[in-house]
Design a protein around this ligand. Sequence first.
Ligand SMILES: [Zn+2]
Length: 269
Amino acid sequence: MTSTSGIPQDLVERLGHASNIIVFTGAGVSAESGVPTFRGQDGLWQKYDAEDLATWQAFERDPQLVWSWYDQRRQMISEVDPNPGHAAIARMAAVFDKVTVITQNVDGLHLRAGSKDIVELHGSIWRARCTRELTVYDFHECPLEENPPLCKECGALLRPDVVWYGEPLPMDAYERSHEAACTCDAMLVVGTSAQVRPAATLPLVAKHNGAFVVEVNTHYTPISALIDATLIGMAGEILPELLDRVDESMGHSEEAPGTTGGVKERSGV
Ligand SMILES: [Zn+2]
């Protein structure tokens, strides 16, 4: 029960009493896997801002250019792995009765790490949507065989099934998130500055409805003062230890009665 990370024991025990939890994640979790943020540091795309590429206007103007950008991002994402933070989040399903992962990331790393109940608030780079019929397809072709890719059913342009600047969040994903935030016992807010509405409000909705809300981030954020606790550090370092200690506080990792060393030795003599 010793801690080297500064995770307070009362926080661990409070989480240990939760059965229905939300893990709400953002770009910080992906960054620990090495997913680039695509903001100007990459040679080929240096002259573009994400705002010039991730919009419907940009796609209408030049779908091939926009798909080239996504093609390169997909290739880079396919080369990175989920990190210990993703793995710890996936393991939570074995510790709590109900775990909902709500993510603002589009890279699919929670799914690859093994999380099951995932709400992708901003869509997924691994899906495409027909611009005519609006049908959504799993779309893993990487690199693209044709650019821009076309719908196999109707021949119209496919677009990435992600939320672009100026577009609303998908209604079903937002409603699921909001409902989950209203009914959870605890929420972990991981690697997100929680500054973009309406996603920024989910931790406050949870808090308002009585949930215990803990933030894990490399820095304090605008919501830090409004929630129960902030743990400063890398998700990949804090979450595995936090989960182990919560599991221990719930008694899951205690040895079964009668199997402790001393008793067994005596009975064997
Ligand atoms: Zn179609």
